[in-house]
Design a binder for this molecule. Sequence first.
Ligand SMILES: O=c1nc2n(C[C@H](O)[C@H](O)[C@H](O)CO)c3cc(O)ccc3cc-2c(=O)[nH]1
Ligand SMILES: C[C@H]1O[C@@H](n2cnc3c(N)ncnc32)[C@H](O)[C@@H]1O
Ligand code: SF4
Length: 324
Amino acid sequence: MEEGRKITYSPAYTLVPTYECFNCCGYCNFREDPGVGDWLSLREAEGILRSLQNSGVVEILILSGEVHPQSSRRGAWFERIYQLCELALSLGYLPHTNVGPLSRWEMARLREVNVSMGLMVEQVTPRLLETVHRLAPSKRPEVRLQQLIWAGELRIPFTTGLLLGIGEQEEDWADSLRAIASIHEQYQHIQEVILQPHSQGATQSYEGEAREEGQLLRAVALAREILPPEITLQIPPNLVGDGAMLRACLAAGARDLGGIGPKDEVNPDYPHVQVAALQEAIAPDGWQLVPRLPVYPQYLGWLSEPLQGLVKPSPPLNPNHHHE
Ligand SMILES: O=c1nc2n(C[C@H](O)[C@H](O)[C@H](O)CO)c3cc(O)ccc3cc-2c(=O)[nH]1
Ligand SMILES: C[C@H]1O[C@@H](n2cnc3c(N)ncnc32)[C@H](O)[C@@H]1O
Ligand code: SF4
């Protein structure tokens, strides 16, 4: 049988250390006010992770609301995240952490317990600081770009991306993409760029404008033009619309569908389409959906020895096994 052209995804489950966040992005359907909810305990997390064993899940996405860098609770927040990563590793999963901007020291520590990390640029235009990011100091473009630079210096395989349709102009996209490309040019560490269409949810304050079909396709095509070919373009299949739009995005250059699991924590009003249905949707164009790890193969050599051992467990020594 002829093999199809390949589209990748990562079988993933999302753990949320806390929904509390000191930022208040106008488009967010995730955050809670600080001090309201409980944090995820290690005991709860262990229960969840054990229940996922043998389910095919490999990636644990650690996605969090943020405690202010100067808060007296920042240290406890960070240690919880670190321990959740350690726990996931100890149960055979591979963590990918996106918990907002980190200090350089925090980033260096999380590198020990993550196979890759991520942070969206969103958009680099400072005009958004007067609108959707007015109450979100973590979204200052210079803060986000500094994170990309530190990740490069620390040799962390990194995921970033653009949030589309939050009040920016289409002309702003190229600036955001060129900023990513130029940092990548120096460090070669950006494994993928997500093009994330803003999707109206039930609890956000910002009222997005109606999205037009061509927008996402123009963004994918522009990203493919500006970014070097080694950076994979990711689109979230639950946010693109229908199967025809998904196929059009692939035709425009997208090659990955991101983490797929039971719930999209960021966009709870848009459940993930399950893998069999996605495979069916893209099959007419000859695409074959295949699982991948949260770290892209070209970066395996960047991982610490212990992490490399977990990613590629060496085959057990079997005295009965004979090489052909
Ligand atoms: O299910 C989701 N996964 C999201 N992921 C997960 C992502 O698809 C995978 O973790 C990476 O591709 C690594 O495999 C993100 C990861 C990042 O580094 C940055 C942003 C996101 C955003 C989302 C998201 O909105 N929903
Ligand atoms: C984790 C990432 O999720 C994205 N994000 C946050 N809110 C929304 C929304 N309503 N629609 C789509 N993406 C969103 C941001 O880009 C953030 O960085
Ligand atoms: S998008 Fe992230 S930083 Fe912004 S309010 Fe939501 S959780 Fe906080």
